[in-house]
Write a protein that binds this ligand. Structure first.
Ligand SMILES: Nc1ncnc2c1ncn2[C@@H]1O[C@H](COP(=O)(O)OP(=O)(O)OP(=O)(O)O)[C@@H](O)[C@H]1O
Ligand SMILES: [Mg+2]
Length: 256
């Protein structure tokens, strides 16, 4: 089972003070790990290490025991802003990597259609990107990431730019896409409710230097996938208590 391991890493930019120290994190297939923490605590830096865009000063990043030397198709990244190609159609954006790999057009088209269906955009493959809403574009970004059938899905505030209602429906979409793909998922968010709703495990970071101060396992996402309504989950006493508890950790408040 694929296993992404970040082990006791320290990260510095240009030899400056450490941005991350002694940080370890494991992500396995079927896990949905959500990282929360105050602005500037190093969340994006951590994701960039996992993606292979950055290298640690010490410690290691590996997949199944093999050291990560750079970005790879096993670790797909979804960016905060969609990062789509505006001159390509929706379907062509989704199947861009397959085109580079020389996959025949008919096969690419069928695969793009399958992925667009998963993200709720069936039938919109021929649309130019500029005719899609922000939420739809973000879904194309997710479909493109899923196209590589990645072992790991890495997302840095993928829903951060969306309005509250679109964001809630996208959360369900992320849960379903994660459930169907089985990809080990790492998501960064500023939303405490979002973290609780999606995660199997929440990792809380604190700043200066960036480090993990808490890990907690939750099962609200699994309850949602089992059919309980979002309203019922978010109004449940367990959810409300977990939210307060998590806010206390993030802001390092004394528990009342
Ligand atoms: N390319 C860079 N060069 C130098 N310092 C950087 C660079 N990128 C980030 N930093 C610094 O590293 C620290 C962590 O930044 P990072 O972007 O990882 O935080 P973050 O938790 O993602 O913050 P936010 O919640 O605001 O997105 C910050 O102090 C930031 O100023
Ligand atoms: Mg960030």
């Amino acid at each position: 089972m694929p296993h992404l391991a970040i082990e006791t890493v320290t990260l510095r930019y240009d030899g400056g003070a450490p941005v991350l120290t002694n940080l370890s994190l494991d992500i396995r297939s079927g896990e949905f790990v959500v990282v929360v923490g105050r602005s500037g605590c190093g969340k994006t830096s951590l994701l960039n290490l996992a993606a292979g865009f950055l290298k640690p000063a010490s410690g290691s990043v590996s997949v199944d025991g093999r050291k990560v030397e750079g970005p790879g198709a096993d670790r797909a990244v979804v960016f905060q802003n969609d990062a789509l190609f505006p001159w390509l159609s929706t379907a062509e954006n989704v199947s861009f990597a397959a085109r580079l790999a020389g996959v025949a057009p008919a096969e690419r088209g069928a695969e793009a259609e399958r992925l667009l269906e998963i993200v709720g955009l069936a039938g919109l493959g021929d649309r130019p990107i500029w005719q899609l809403s922000g939420g739809q574009r973000q879904r194309v970004g997710l479909a493109r990431a899923l196209a590589a059938n990645p072992a790991f899905l890495l997302m840095d505030e993928p829903l951060g730019a969306l309005d509250a209602m679109t964001r809630e429906s996208m959360q369900d979409l992320l849960l379903n896409a994660w459930d169907r793909s089985g990809a080990g998922t790492l998501l960064i968010t500023h939303g405490v409710e979002e973290a609780l709703y999606l995660a199997t495990r929440i990792v809380v970071m604190a700043p200066a230097p960036g480090r993990v101060i808490r890990r907690l396992d939750v099962d609200f996402g699994r309850r949602r996938l089992a059919g309980e309504s979002a309203r019922s989950i978010k109004a449940s006493p367990e959810f409300v208590a977990a939210r307060e508890d998590l806010l206390d950790s993030i802001f390092e408040r004394e528990a009342a």
